[in-house]
Structures are given as structure tokens and as C-alpha cells.
Write a protein that binds this ligand. Structure first.
Ligand code: 13P
Length: 252
């Protein structure tokens, strides 16, 4: 059976004090969460706070980005080894905000992915189409192209890989993809993954949905066969709403 995941992507939100408060609340409202791996991805500046507050629980943490080199003259960058040093298990790569706002290309994402795996991190690779691409019936083609390039030269990582399907038009809009549409794309992603990395690896790889997930829509999304959890933005910023979503994922 595949692992189920509830991953909080806080984006550029929360001070260290707010992070501490969130973690303490999360421990109170969700002391008993089993059947789902809970992962918090705060800004870099709060990773050590999450490690301190949640280090003795089953919960994990990760970063929202990393560089592709291990060390050296790369002003402002953070290496995957530094993330391991902070106890990170995961790193989100290829988020559409980084692709669109920071101009990250698939070639860059591919380098980061390989470096993250080498450092012992589990990448959470984000893919997804824009509204225009969906309206022009190009969604599959766009996601296929992202996967082709992002996963180039990748050998099935022993530590695993997570993929998140996040249609751009569903991010932060309050309009989630229908469970049918999400299932259709996620089963397509699993099919592609089988071609790149083998059927067995694809069958064991968690593939998540992201985009306006909340406690009212997650149960229907999780009822789909291929969807193994969620990457959650806005609704992950409050401990109670995030815990409610994680619980619904666990119970699906
Ligand atoms: P929202 O849940 O706020 O739509 O954000 C989704 C997202 O981008 C998670 O990575």
C-alpha cells in the first residue's frame, strides 16, 4: 500500500514565533494522527523551530526549494546537504510559483531534483497546467513535457519520490479541480512514471493533489483510486484546519 501524505506548504508565511505556536497547537489537536505522514514545509528561517517542536513526533518537515550544488560560491542559495543538516526529510521542487515568478525552468528543476536525491532528501515534484492550457485541451501535453524534462536521467531513487499535481488555476483561487479531473491527470502521471522508472516504482510512488484543498473537499478527492494525499497551501496555515484535512486523508 502506498504511503498517504498531508504536506503543508506555508510559502512565505509565519515568523519563528508563529511557527512555534502552530507546532504546539498541532500537537494538541492531532496527538493521535496515524495512517498519514504529516509534513510541514515552512520557510527556511523556521525549519529549526519545526525540528525542535516536532522532532519527537512522527511528523516530518521539509523545505520549499533548494540549490543543485552541495557547497560553494552561490550567494543566497541553500544546499540540499544543509537541509539534511536541519533534519529535513523532504524538499518541494518545481512549484508553479517558482516556475512563474522566479523563472525556474525544467532543466533547473531536473538538476535540483537529482541533487536533492543524492543528498538523501525526498523531492516533492510539482507539475500542473495553466488555465489557458487546460482550456486549449493541452493539460496532459504540458504535464507530460514537465515530467519528461524534470525526471530526465533519473534513476529510481531508493528513498522514494513524491509527485504533486497542482493545476495553476486551482492554486489559491478557492476553485479546486474536480475529483474526476484530478484522478484522470494523476493516473496519467502514474502511467508516465511507470514508463520512466518502472511499473513497481510507479505503483509505490505517492501522487498528491494540490490546489484549494480544504476540509470540505478533501474527502471526495481522496476517494479517487490514484490520489494519495494533498499538498496544502492556505488551509495549512491554521493548525486546526490542517489537522482536519490530515485526519480526512488518514481515514480515506
Ligand atoms: P492553496 O492550497 O492555497 O491553493 O495552495 C496550493 C499550493 O500551492 C500548495 O503547494
Amino acid at each position: 500500500m502506498r504511503k498517504k501524505l498531508a504536506i503543508a506548504n506555508w510559502k512565505m508565511n509565519k515568523s519563528r514565533a508563529e511557527t512555534r505556536e502552530f507546532c504546539q497547537q498541532l500537537r494538541q489537536v492531532a496527538p493521535d494522527l496515524t495512517g498519514v505522514e504529516v509534513v510541514i514545509c515552512p520557510p527556511f528561517t523556521s525549519l529549526d523551530v519545526v525540528a525542535q517542536e516536532l522532532g519527537d513526533t512522527e511528523m516530518r518537515w521539509g523545505a520549499q526549494n533548494c540549490f543543485w550544488e552541495r557547497q560553494g560560491a552561490y550567494t543566497g542559495e541553500i544546499s540540499p546537504l544543509m537541509l539534511r543538516d536541519l533534519g529535513c526529510s523532504y524538499v518541494i521542487l518545481g512549484h508553479s510559483e517558482r516556475r512563474q515568478i522566479l523563472g525556474e525552468t525544467d532543466a533547473v528543476i531536473n538538476r535540483k531534483l537529482i541533487a536533492a536525491i543524492e543528498a538523501g532528501l525526498i523531492p516533492v515534484l510539482c507539475v500542473g497546467e495553466s488555465l489557458q492550457e487546460r482550456e486549449n485541451h493541452r493539460a496532459r501535453e504540458v504535464v507530460k513535457e514537465q515530467l519528461d524534462q524534470d525526471l530526465r536521467n533519473l534513476v529510481a531513487p531508493a528513498g522514494g519520490l513524491v509527485i504533486a499535481y497542482e493545476p495553476i488555476w486551482a492554486i489559491g483561487t478557492g476553485v479546486n479541480a474536480s475529483s474526476d479531473d484530478a484522478q484522470e491527470m494523476i493516473s496519467f502521471i502514474r502511467e508516465r512514471l511507470a514508463q520512466y522508472l518502472g511499473r513497481e516504482f510507479a505503483a509505490g510512488t505517492p501522487i498528491l493533489y494540490g490546489g484549494s484543498v480544504n476540509s470540505n473537499n478533501i474527502a471526495e478527492i481522496m476517494a479517487e483510486e490514484d490520489i494519495d494525499g494533498a499538498l496544502i497551501g492556505g488551509a495549512s496555515l491554521q493548525a486546526d484546519s490542517f489537522a482536519a484535512i490530515a485526519r480526512l486523508i488518514a481515514n480515506a
